[in-house]
Ligand binder design. Sequence first.
Ligand code: GTR
Length: 372
Amino acid sequence: MMKSFICGETNGPVLNNLLLERQLPDVLQNLDGSFIERPADWTRRRLEILDLLRREIYGYAPAAPASVVGQITENQADALANKAIRQTVVIEFPTPRGKFAFPLTLIIPKQVKRTPVFLAIAFRPDIPDLYLPAEEIIDNGFAIATFCYNDLSPDENDRFTKGLPSFYPRDEQTGWGKISIWAWAASRVMDYLQTRTDLDPDHVAVIGHSRLGKTALWCGAQDERFATAIANDSGCAGAALFRGKSGERIEAITRVFPYWFCGRFPAYAEREDALPFDQHFLISLIAPRAVYIGSAAEDGWADPRSEFLAALAASPVYRLLGYPGLVTPDRLPEPGTILQDGRAAYHLRTGSHFLSRSDWQIYMANLRQDQR
Ligand code: GTR
């Protein structure tokens, strides 16, 4: 157990010990007990982990539809002081029970060709929104693609009778929970973005805050077309390790929000040690692509320390694949720390649970650096 931490060359003793205390399953140990030592063996292990997370926590989603089309229903040529084009695009695809459609908003700066994109999974359709400083994002040379999660399926315990899940058969135990539903929708947006010659499909970052940060991670973990996944204050069932977690734990999250998950997951309440994975498995699925985990110092419910340690615990997979994962001095980060020298980046913002302008500024600076 935990061979990859013990032999992890870049962790010093302080952080190594904090990881060892969590007694985590080893991300580089196959279910048959053997250890992965060659990059070529990761492909199979990645599929094994994906299956594990689908079965035990987020639920299996249906296969991608045969076709996805986007109809531009509104086109404003002079948005944001005439700096951007704003479009409403209806994303439509066939399902076993007829066509399903949902609205996407695109805002594209006029000055940039083949624009990198933030795909923001949003709580509200509003633009700008307190979590989406649209003009500032455009001014930084990024396009925005955003949809409101409630347009897929409402964030309530409707027994999967409303919106997208009502168009598909669903297994009670292992079928998709709402996090999987919203993540799957972001992949349908990606299907459409790939058809747009004015956007750069190789530089799409999926971003979300809190429950939608969990969703952005799960989306980026499954869909390798996303160059980057950004999880802001994603906490329990997002970036944070379950084992040793403070604040929200499985018992609380599955009591209040059981419908975010598949039917099997609540059985792990107060049984964190029985989980055949921990959230560093989720983060590792994004490797060698970029992952950014943002925490806030006063967000005890999410537990910044457990988010940081998860990024560190996923790093052996980045190293295996030839890239630095989380690059950090051998100590826990202080508020105000930004760690972005590796493919797994992390910051601990001062303040409370929020997707703030300062978070956005850090994410944008990080992505610009990445594109050089
Ligand atoms: C809380 C929930 C967290 C987090 C948050 C949010 O009530 O316990 O896991 O997702 O909501 O999404 O704002």
